[in-house]
Design a protein around this ligand. Structure first.
Ligand code: XMP
Length: 505
């Protein structure tokens, strides 16, 4: 294991991603909690991240000197490097010019720089820099404007980089990170999907024994992978409850049912509750009220089914790592509320099993593929819990949901045909509560307009609209107006987030 000590930098998750790509397990821990955690899990390597503060500011993020006495190798990046310099007797100053972007760098001999070309490109992004070397350290790389682009103290096993090896623009960055993990820390690349699945299966078996477990299956990637993994561990002691709220995509409920029953032989209870949801949503137009109603109705039905099963001890949830990372500084905090099955009654006293808590999304996908879940399910775009309930704008009715379902299906089918699905983070259709005038044959029509949205993003927090090729738009538009009764106009959303959100409600 490696520990990443988070000082609030923007690339912190990227560092963790690189370490995982090197098949080494790692955790991100805020700087003020790091020492405690390190003592508990005794990692073989520690990485300090960058951060927005200046080490010379009062109250800037710090860590106890004890960290140097543990005998664990440290790789310190940017702010982390400056912090090491300051704490070990070097000097950090504000650079005359903020250095930002690709820079030529010359590497000296070091275990860190094994197997890389001696002169190459690195990525710099800093305001402060180290101007005086602490005692015992030597310079191991320089750029034109930054003499101490890298310094190290071999005896202390401390390696400091002013540039960012985690960013792709640093040509040999990944090799540098691997050198730190393998050569300096002697970690082995043993964290793989297979080892993860084997370990989890063992853990869950041991934890659960003969007890009963339930899972709310949504058909989304995370809950599906979690369910299949738990099923692999405890078989029929797991029961999945799948509530069809009538707000799912085209034929989605059937697909999910088929995969889980036929491919995995999982205990599955499928409840068709669509009418209940349509009834509950009748006349409601406010988006937040709709969300609340859908959430509460879902819990009510889930609870009812769970109670019928009798004594249940555990609840499986598909929480993933980005949902649980606590950031080092408030400024960089990326904590998202998750929309899983919170809100179950107290007296049910279910203990959570969250087998994917440690994984990033792409790792979850790899585990899912390895478990045999079909690609089509694994590479699905994210779909919100309230489903079409927040994509049918205004009042939700079955009729409107059916129109949207078909249009959305055609849209996504064509994205597949044009080979665009994997290039887009999320794509879907929206049915605004607007009718417009059109003409068909000799007849005037007065029907709904439909909106198309497609965005690229890494985490949904910010997003860019996708520059959809015209030929794709043309095909999609003509298919939708021809095949979906009730639609006579198609518009494409060209707004990014911010200022717009990804969903329209
Ligand atoms: P927004 O619209 O806020 O969406 O830019 C960001 C991401 O979150 C999804 N989303 C939701 N997911 N329940 C969910 O489970 C919700 O109420 C909800 N609202 C938005 C959205 O699809 C996008 O991926």
């Amino acid at each position: 294991t490696a520990i990443i000590v988070d000082f609030g930098g923007q690339y912190n998750q990227l560092i963790a991603r690189r370490v995982r790509e090197a098949n080494v397990y790692c955790e991100i821990v805020p700087y003020d909690k790091a020492l405690d955690r390190i003592k508990v899990i005794q990692p073989k390597g520690i990485i300090f991240t960058g951060g927005p503060a200046s080490v010379n500011e009062e109250g800037s993020p710090d860590i106890s000197d004890e960290i140097f006495k543990l005998g664990i190798p440290i790789l310190a990046i940017c702010y982390g490097a400056q912090l090491v310099a300051k704490k070990t007797g070097g000097k950090v100053e504000k650079a005359e010019n903020r250095e930002y972007g690709k820079t030529t760098i010359d590497y000296a001999n070091s275990s860190l720089f094994k197997n890389i070309s001696k002169s190459n490109i690195c990525w710099m992004s800093h305001t402060d820099h180290i101007v005086e070397l602490p005692k015992g350290f030597s310079i191991s790389a320089s750029t034109k404007n930054c003499k101490i682009a890298s310094m190290e103290n071999h005896d202390m096993q401390v390696y400091c980089l002013q540039f960012h090896p985690e960013v792709e623009h640093t040509v040999d960055g990944f090799t540098i990170i691997k050198n730190f993990l393998y050569e300096v820390c002697h970690l082995s690349p043993s964290f793989t999907s297979t080892s993860f699945i084997d370990d989890k299966v063992e853990q869950i078996k041991k934890l659960v024994g003969d007890k009963k477990v339930i899972c709310a299956l949504s058909g989304g990637v995370d809950s599906s992978v979690a369910a299949v993994l738990v099923n692999k561990a405890i078989g029929s002691n797991l029961t999945c409850i799948f509530v069809d709220h009538g707000l799912l995509r085209y034929k989605e409920a059937e697909q999910v049912e088929k995969v889980f029953r036929e491919t995995f032989d999982i205990n599955l209870i499928k409840i068709d509750a669509s009418q209940k949801f349509y009834d509950a949503l009748k006349g409601v137009t406010d988006p937040e009220r709709k969300r609340k109603i859908i959430g509460e109705e879902f819990i009510r039905i889930f609870e009812e089914e769970a109670r019928k099963l009798g004594n249940i001890d555990y609840l499986v949830q598909g929480t993933i790592y980005p949902d649980v990372i606590e950031s080092g500084t408030k400024d960089a905090s990326v904590i998202k509320s998750h929309h899983n099955v919170g809100g179950l009654p107290e007296d049910m006293k279910l203990t959570l099993i969250e087998p994917l808590r440690e994984l990033f999304k792409d790792e979850v996908r790899r585990v899912g593929l390895e478990l045999g879940i079909p690609e089509k399910m694994i590479f699905r775009h994210p779909f919100p819990g309230p489903g079409l309930g927040i994509r049918v704008l205004g009042e939700v009715t079955k009729e409107k949901c059916d129109i949207l379902r078909l249009a959305d299906h055609i849209y996504r089918e064509e994205l597949d045909n044009f080979g665009l699905t994997k290039k887009i983070w999320q794509a879907f259709a929206i049915l605004p509560d607007i009718k417009t005038v059109g003409v068909m044959g000799d007849e005037r029509t007065y029907s709904y307009a439909i909106g198309l949205r497609a965005v690229t993003s890494t985490d949904g927090m910010t997003a860019e609209f996708y520059p959809m090729p015209y030929d794709a738009l043309q095909k999609i538009s003509s298919r939708i107006v021809n095949e979906v009764k009730g639609i006579n106009r198609v518009v494409y959303d060209v707004t990014s987030k911010p200022p717009a959100t990804i969903e329209w409600e």
